[in-house]
Design a protein around this ligand. Structure first.
Ligand code: SAH
Length: 358
């Protein structure tokens, strides 16, 4: 079938056969990419109009017990100066963010054993107490179902855990033997079952990734039906086993953003910092490919450069207020408006409202 017809089919049915995804991924060119982006932007605007949602990212610890081969803050990277923010510092970041118009805070960190479930729950409760109109998102890795349940009960309503790759054999090339693909996928199913708005995702161009792997990622997303999907190019990080590997490309990331928008039309899809790192206008280009979320950094300026998941990460020198001014301008330059809003997935809002509608 003509490949544009395949994209039309994806836009209407929100799914394609495995072979069709491979065919699209293997034959990406400028024309196909532009066609996919056109359909994707139309879909985004249909659900979310001109609004782009912002999430205030608080990178609260770079201490990690894991050793993912790609990640700059992996436990064995001895070049990293480690830090951990206090509850007071985290609450201060959120208070500053609230003033700037953020209504979602994302707490992201390494898998730091200091943050026991009691500490995480206490932190979430304090944030919810101070900012009851804000959504709290956690991105702190793989935990037990009991822990996830406690976070949910404490008031966290969203959780980001990229699946990294839906191909177990590929997963095992990116992670040490102590980590398992099955456990990660199981965590995502648990998060969904507990009612978290759940975010999955993967790196584009991670070492040894094939079109087949990416096609499996898309099928995986279709099966999981996450509310959010985070994708960005893989970027090598100094001091890691993958320091010499080539980075993922801008164009392949943009094409995948468009495919994901067509696959999951209501999904919350960030134009990530990694995308802004490989291209000076990467985030704007991401929006023009179907993304509808940006995640500026709210971490204190003195720790930002230490949360170096990959080399040359942008926005490590600015204050939060500067980032919001810059991003507002960037979004305006592509005809979008940065919204002061929790930015829930519209599907989730429909679900919440259903009992009142009937
Ligand atoms: N510890 C948390 C947060 C991880 S950092 C967790 O396990 O979920 C968030 C994401 O950054 C990761 O899921 C990974 O996809 C991405 N990341 C890590 N290293 C990267 C690199 N070198 N290039 C691009 N993205 C990277």
């Amino acid at each position: 079938m003509n490949r544009k017809n395949l994209l039309d089919q994806l836009a209407h049915t929100h799914t394609l056969a495995f072979e069709d995804f491979i065919d699209l991924l293997a034959h990406q060119d400028e024309e196909l990419q532009a066609y996919a982006a056109g359909l994707a932007v139309k879909t985004t605007q249909c659900y979310y109009g001109n609004k782009v949602f912002s999430r205030g990212l608080i990178e609260f610890t770079n201490i990690c017990q894991n050793n993912c081969y790609y990640c700059g803050i992996r436990a064995s990277n001895e070049n990293v100066q480690r830090y951990r923010l206090s509850d007071e510092q985290i609450l201060q970041c959120a208070a500053t963010g609230y003033e700037l118009g953020f209504r979602t805070f994302v707490l992201q960190g390494g898998e730091d054993p200091y943050y026991t479930d009691d500490r995480i729950c206490h932190l979430v409760q304090q944030l919810k107490y101070k900012h009851p109109d804000c959504a709290i998102t956690l991105s702190i890795g793989e935990k037990s179902p009991e822990s996830y349940k406690r976070y949910r009960q404490a008031g966290a309503e969203r959780y980001l855990l990229r699946h990294e790759t839906a191909t177990p054999a590929h997963y095992h090339k990116l992670h040490p033997p102590s980590m398992s693909a099955e456990n990660r996928y199981g965590c995502l199913r648990t998060l969904k079952a507990l009612g978290f708005q759940t975010g999955a995702g993967f790196m584009v161009g991670s070492p040894w990734q094939t079109s087949e792997d990416l096609a499996r990622d898309l099928i995986f997303l279709h099966e999981l039906q996450p509310e959010m999907v985070g994708i960005g190019p893989f970027i090598p990080a100094a001091g890691t086993p993958f320091a010499q590997q080539p980075a993922g490309t801008l164009d392949q990331t943009l094409f995948l953003l468009s495919l994901i928008r067509l696959l999951l039309p209501e999904v919350l899809l960030p134009a990530t910092t990694a995308l802004g790192t490989i291209d000076p206008r990467g985030r704007e280009k991401g929006i023009l490919a179907g993304a509808n979320v940006v995640m500026p950094n709210l971490s204190p300026r003195n720790v930002r450069a230490k949360y170096q998941l990959y080399d040359n990460k942008i926005c490590t020198g600015e204050e939060a207020a500067e980032c919001i001014v810059c991003l507002t301008k960037r979004m305006k330059s592509v005809g979008r408006e940065l919204a002061v809003d929790r930015g829930d997935n519209v599907r989730y809002m429909k679900m919440k409202e259903e009992p009142y509608c009937v």
